[in-house]
Design a binder for this molecule. Sequence first.
Ligand code: BEZ
Length: 216
Amino acid sequence: MEQQDFFSMPRIGDMAPDFSAVTTKGKIKFSEFAKDKWVVMFSHPADFTPVCTTEMTGFAKRKDEFTKLNTELLGLSIDSIHAHLGWVDNVRKNTGVYFDFPIIADLDMKVSKMYGMLQPNESETAAVRAVFFIDPKKKIRLIMYYPLNVGRNMNEILRVLEALQTAEKYKVAMPLDWQKGDKVIVPPPTTLEEMDARLLDKSIEITDFYLAHKQI
Ligand code: BEZ
C-alpha cells in the first residue's frame, strides 16, 4: 500500500467526505444517510475481538440516548459483511445485546483511508478506534482517535455530542468537564465596545471581561 494512501485525514470543520458502502443494514451513500440528523461514525479494529465487543455493546445498549439526541450511529471495520453478521449474531446469542445500527464492511479500506482511520504505525491492516461527530449539514465537528489497546468511554462520547449540540443551540462554549445542567461560557467580546458592555451585563456571572458564565 502506498504510504500516501494513509494520509487522508479529514479535520474538524471539513465537510465529511462522501462515500458509498455496504453495511449490515444494506448499501448506503453517506450524503443521503441520516438526513437532518447528527451522525456518530466510529471504527473498530476487528470483529470477534474482546475490546471491540465491549465497545459495540456499549453503543448498542445506549442507542436510545443517541436517538434522543437526533443522532444515528454508523460503525465500520475492515471486515467482510459475513464476519459482521456472524459477530452480531454471536454477541446476540451470548449476551442478548443486538448491534441494531449499520456497520460498514470496509474490506477495500476505502472509507478507512478516506477518514484517516488507518494509522500505519499502529496497524497497517486494522482501523484504529476513531469517532467522527458529524452535524446535520455533514460537517465534521469533533474527532477522536484511540489506539487498538484502549477502549473508548461511552459517557464521554455522549457528553461531547450533547456539548456540541448545546454550544450550537445557545451560541456558547463549554468549560472543562462540562456536563448537562452545568453553567456554560459566554463567548468573550471581540471589540472594546463589546468589552465595556460585557462588564456592565448583570445577566451573566462575570469573573473578568474575558471569562463569564451563565446558566441556560
Ligand atoms: C480488541 O478489540 O480486543 C483488539 C482488537 C485489535 C487489536 C487489539 C485488541
